[in-house]
Ligand binder design. Structure first.
Ligand SMILES: Cc1cc2nc3c(=O)[nH]c(=O)nc-3n(C[C@H](O)[C@H](O)[C@H](O)COP(=O)(O)OP(=O)(O)OC[C@H]3O[C@@H](n4cnc5c(N)ncnc54)[C@H](O)[C@@H]3O)c2cc1C
Length: 429
C-alpha cells in the first residue's frame, strides 16, 4: 500500500517551477499553490498583471491534491439552513455560485486544454438511516422548488440501479454535480498559470510579511520578493510553515483531518455490484463517508474517520483502518479487496461552515470551504484576482463578517469534544 494521494501519484507533476532564488518585484504575490491560489494567479497573468505564486511545499500539496474528487453542487450546508442563516435571496445566490463554480471549472479545462477526466456524473446524498429519510426528502423538496430543478428524489427501491448496497433508504440526486481527476487538474492549472507568464516557486514557504512602502516584502527561505498586493490562499494549511504571517486566518480556520483509501482497480463485475450508477456519493451521517470510482475504476472511499487535526502516515494509517471497516459495512463483498492507497489531508472549516473571501490585514483572502471547496476554490480564485485588480462585484461571499473563534489560536484543542458530540448525534438520529 502507498501512503500518498492517488491523485498526485497518477498525475504528471508540475515541471515549470522557478529554479532560482525568490527575488524581484511583482504587482501581486499569491501565497498557496492549490486551486484558489493557482486560479487567482492564472487569471492575473492572463490579464497581463505581473504575478508570483509562492508555494511552501509543492503544487497540490494541500487539499487540492488530496481530496475525494467530488465537484458537488449545493452547499456544505443544507439549503434550508443557509436560508435560515442568510435569508432566501443570499442563500439562493450562494447556491447558484456553487453551480457556477462547476461551470467555471469546465470552462477553464476547455480553455487551458487540461485533460482531467471531468464528467457530469451527478451526486447522490444517501439516507443512512430510515429516520434520515423525512429530513432529506424535505430538503430535496425545498431545493427543487426554490433553487435547483435539476434534482430528483430516489426511493429505496430505485437505488439498486445506482449503488450495490442495502445500507441506504432513499437518496437525493443532484444532476449538476461532477467529478474529475484532481491531480491532473491542479497540475494542469499550474502549467497554464506558468504559460501565461506567472512565476511559480515551490518549496518557498512565506515565513514573514512586512510593509515596504505602499506594498509588502514576503520572506521565504529562498529569498524575499516585493509585491504591491498579496493574496492569501493557504486554507487549512495556514499554520503549517510559520505562525506569524497568516495568524489572522489561524484564529478563524479550524483545520480538521479527512482521510481516504483507494482500492485496486475493480473488475467490470465488481463495478456492476458496487457503483453501477457511477456517481459521486455522500452519506447523511454527521461523521459520514464519501465515495466514487476513479477513472481507472478504483473505489475512492473517504471520511472524517477520526476527529484528528493531524494527517501524517501514522494518523492516515489508523484512519485507513476505520475507513476499511466503514467501506465493508456498506459493501460487504469488498471486505477482502486490496487497498492500494491511503492518505489524508486537512480540511479548513469555519465556525458556521460558510467559506469566506475578502480583504483583511492588507491581504485578499479566500478559504474556509469546510470540506466543500474543490469546486468553489476555482471561482473564488478568480474573484480574488478581480479584487486585486480593483473589482469586487464577482465575490459571492462579499460582506460576510468573520470574527475570530474565542480561545482558538490555530490548534483545535476542542476537536475530540466536537467528535463526541457529532458521534452522539449520529447514534441518536
Ligand atoms: C481528504 C480531503 C477530502 C476532500 N474532499 C473534497 C471533495 O471531494 N469535494 C470538495 O469539494 N472538497 C473536498 N475537500 C476540500 C477541498 O480539497 C479544498 O476545499 C480545496 O482544495 C481548497 O483549495 P485551496 O487552494 O484553497 O487550498 P489548498 O489546496 O489546501 O492549498 C493551500 C496551499 O497553501 C500552501 N501554504 C500554506 N501556508 C503557506 C505559506 N506560509 N507559504 C506558502 N505556501 C503556503 C500549502 O502548502 C497548500 O499547498 C477535501 C479536502 C480533503 C483534505
Amino acid at each position: 500500500m502507498k501512503y500518498k494521494s492517488y491523485w498526485l501519484d497518477s498525475a504528471t507533476p508540475f515541471a515549470d517551477a522557478q529554479p532560482g532564488p525568490v527575488t524581484g518585484k511583482v504587482d501581486v504575490a499569491v501565497i498557496g499553490g492549490g486551486f484558489t491560489g493557482l486560479n487567482a494567479a492564472r487569471k492575473l497573468a492572463r490579464e497581463g498583471v505581473s504575478v508570483a505564486l509562492l508555494e511552501g511545499a509543492y503544487i497540490g500539496a494541500g487539499g487540492s491534491g488530496r481530496n475525494g474528487g467530488h465537484l458537488n453542487n449545493g452547499m456544505a450546508h443544507g439549503y434550508g439552513e443557509a436560508k435560515a442563516h442568510f435569508g432566501a435571496e443570499r442563500a439562493q445566490a450562494l447556491y447558484k455560485a456553487y453551480d457556477r463554480s462547476i461551470d467555471m471549472i469546465e470552462d477553464v479545462i476547455a480553455e487551458e486544454h487540461i485533460a482531467c477526466d471531468f464528467r457530469r456524473s451527478g451526486k447522490l446524498k444517501l439516507a443512512s438511516k430510515p429516520s434520515h429519510v423525512a429530513g432529506l426528502r424535505a430538503g430535496f423538496e425545498l431545493v427543487h422548488k426554490e433553487v435547483d430543478r435539476d434534482t430528483r428524489w430516489l426511493e429505496k427501491d430505485a437505488l439498486a440501479k445506482e449503488i450495490g448496497s442495502d445500507s441506504f433508504h432513499g437518496a437525493m440526486l443532484y444532476g449538476k454535480s461532477a467529478m474529475m481527476h484532481m491531480g491532473r487538474y491542479v497540475n494542469g492549472l499550474a502549467t497554464a498559470t506558468h504559460r501565461h507568464g506567472a512565476l511559480v516557486w515551490e518549496g518557498a514557504p512565506v515565513t514573514d510579511r512586512r510593509r515596504n512602502g505602499s506594498g509588502w516584502a514576503l520572506a521565504t527561505p529562498k529569498g524575499t520578493i516585493q509585491a504591491d498586493r498579496v493574496i492569501a490562499a493557504t486554507g487549512a494549511y495556514s499554520g503549517t510553515f510559520a505562525k506569524k504571517p497568516l495568524a489572522y486566518f489561524r484564529r478563524r480556520i479550524i483545520s480538521v483531518g479527512s482521510f481516504i483509501i483507494a482500492t485496486r482497480p475493480l473488475s467490470e463485475t465488481e463495478i456492476a455490484n458496487t457503483m453501477p450508477g457511477n456517481r459521486t456519493c455522500v452519506t447523511s451521517m454527521n461523521i459520514g463517508n464519501y465515495f466514487r470510482l476513479s477513472p481507472d475504476n478504483r473505489l475512492i472511499f473517504g471520511g472524517r474517520a477520526r476527529f484528528s487535526a493531524v494527517s501524517d502516515q501514522q494518523s492516515d494509517a489508523r484512519s485507513g483502518q476505520v475507513l476499511r471497516g466503514a467501506m465493508t459495512e456498506i459493501f460487504p463483498h469488498l471486505a477482502d479487496v486490496q487497498i492500494d492507497y491511503c492518505w489524508g489531508g486537512l480540511v479548513g472549516m469555519t465556525k458556521d461552515r460558510f467559506p469566506r473571501a475578502g480583504e483583511a490585514g492588507g491581504m485578499f483572502y479566500g478559504m474556509g470551504y469546510s470540506g466543500h471547496g474543490a469546486q468553489m476554490s476555482t471561482l473564488i480564485g478568480q474573484a480574488l484576482a478581480d479584487m486585486a485588480m480593483g473589482r469586487s462585484d464577482t465575490n459571492p461571499l462579499a460582506g460576510l463578517d468573520w470574527p475570530a473563534i474565542p480561545l482558538h489560536g490555530g490548534k483545535p484543542w476542542f476537536l475530540p469534544l466536537v467528535g463526541l458530540w457529532f458521534g452522539l448525534k449520529d447514534r441518536l438520529s
